[in-house]
Design a binder for this molecule. Structure first.
Ligand code: UD1
Length: 443
């Protein structure tokens, strides 16, 4: 497995460009399965998760091409299968995004349950509740969700869960409702920019969706979706991560192709910490100084601070004198990175869904282990600020969501070396125990 060796203490300077959004690309690629035409996507990032989604689409029978100009073309016209196998789904939870498209197009879908996850309990009951409200019969068979319907019917449904709305669940129900008969209203929809991009993509393919980006999305079903060309939005989480990298090293960094209008809460949090940022429509200029203040932050559904930035902010606050606090209301158990940061000298206590952080004068290098995608990014940021050489193992988590991350940081003056630690990624055996599933059909 690949690991990073990071020499800390280098100030970042220079300009860096943001890639297309991972979280926008994945449901859009999955939705291509429901489109009886050619789908051409621009600005899809070259990431492991995108490669996994491409593999999944191919295994279902779609033709997926990586074009010379970096764009991706998907042609699902000749797809006949509607099965998403465990071997691929277990590698990435976003694979569940194929459920809505397959069901809507073929009237049947058999998608493996995604299984466990390092950032806490991640059920998919809201996805299933939404699809059931549109008329699908859903059952569980040998670890697979089996969904069936003759033709989906429009419905008025609510997707609110115990931790707020669901992003990929909203996408699954939007695509299903787009090909349902009649009109649907989705209440408590996720408002994330990735959901807005998903709706823009589908509307360009002939869907009739309005209200995406608000909590009420209205959809007039259509019979078929057609050829479409779409440019995916830039990745707000990558932009935020690099902004925090600049802040933690007291750097001076210009970030181009940043979706600044999607980053208001992140920029407000950085301002609160005392990091001045000049933002124009697609550029951020971070000029960080050492005059940084502790803060109390809460990760919430959009337009709140993204849970996907919680770990990176924790790394930054670990280096700022005084008491800070971060609460995560979206994934209340998403604190695996805290223990690794503590190994680097951070002072962090977890209390329920919050972390209380007492900033230390300097983090120190250690051997640490990445546990999930954003946790890996947080460890890299901490290592940039730490004294000495930090070894970060299992950076395959990072490669799932950041393209050429260490190269971008190295171009800004970081010293990160990727090597192989000689060990192998052990693939877990499929879960074979009993799983219970309850779905309530709404009127
Ligand atoms: C997406 C993002 C992920 C981000 C998360 C929250 C993608 C590919 N991934 O994940 O990076 O961290 O949004 O912004 O876009 N929940 C339920 N029942 C469900 C579904 C979700 O209770 O059926 C809960 C989850 O456990 C969590 C909360 O709702 O507490 C939000 O999860 P959700 O928005 O669904 O996350 P994902 O869409 O999987």
């Amino acid at each position: 497995m690949d690991m990073f060796c990071v020499e800390g203490g280098h100030v970042l300077h220079g300009t860096v460009r943001i890639n297309g959004s991972k979280n926008a690309s994945l449901p859009i690629l999955a939705a291509a399965l429901a489109i009886e035409g050619e789908v051409t996507l621009e600005q899809v990032p070259q990431l492991q998760d995108v490669a996994t989604m491409r593999q999944l689409l191919q295994s279902i029978g779609a033709v997926v091409e990586l074009l010379d100009d970096g764009n991706i073309r998907v042609d699902a016209r000749h797809v006949r299968s509607s099965v998403a196998p465990y071997e691929l789904v277990r590698q990435m939870r976003a694979s569940v995004c194929v459920l809505g498209p397959l069901l809507a197009r073929f009237g049947t879908a058999r998608v493996s349950l995604p299984g466990g996850c390092n950032i806490g309990h991640r059920p998919i009951d809201l996805h299933l509740r939404g699809l059931a409200a549109l008329g699908a019969d859903i059952r569980l068979e040998a670890g697979y969700i089996v969904a069936e319907c003759s033709r989906l019917r429009g419905a008025d449904l609510d997707l609110c869960g115990p931790h707020g709305p669901t992003v990929t669940g909203t996408c699954n129900v939007i695509i299903a409702a787009s090909l349902a008969q009649g009109r649907s209203i989705i209440r408590s929809a996720a408002k994330e920019p990735e959901v807005q991009d998903f709706a823009r993509f589908l509307n360009a393919a002939g869907a009739r969706i309005s209200g995406a980006g608000t909590s009420i999305v209205e959809i007039e079903g259509v019979d078929q979706l057609h050829d479409v060309r779409h440019t995916v939005i830039p990745d707000r989480i990558e932009a935020a991560t690099l902004a925090i990298a600049a802040a933690i090293t007291y750097g001076d960094v210009i970030i181009r192709n940043a979706p600044t209008t999607h980053m208001t809460c992140v920029l407000n949090a950085l301002n609160l910490i005392g990091i001045p940022i000049d933002a124009t429509h697609d550029t951020l200029h971070i000029r960080a100084s050492s005059m940084q203040r502790p803060a109390r932050l809460t990760a919430e559904p959009y337009p709140g601070l993204p849970t996907d930035c919680q770990a990176q902010f924790m790394a930054l606050l670990s280096t700022i004198a005084g008491e800070s606090q971060i609460t995560d209301t979206v994934f209340p158990e998403r604190f695996m990175h805290a223990a690794e940061l503590v190994r680097m000298g951070a002072d962090i206590r977890i209390q329920s869904n919050s972390a209380v952080i007492h900033g230390v004068a300097r983090l120190s290098a250690a051997s640490v282990m990445a546990s999930d995608l954003r946790a890996s990014a947080a460890l890299v940021l901490a290592a940039l600020a730490a004294e000495g050489h930090t070894e970060i193992r299992r950076v395959y988590h990072l490669d799932r969501g950041y393209h050429a991350f260490e190269q971008k940081l190295n171009q800004l003056g970081a010293k990160i070396q990727r090597t192989n630690d000689g060990s192998q990624n052990i693939v877990p055996r499929p879960h074979s125990g009993p799983i219970s599933l309850s779905i309530s059909r709404q009127a």
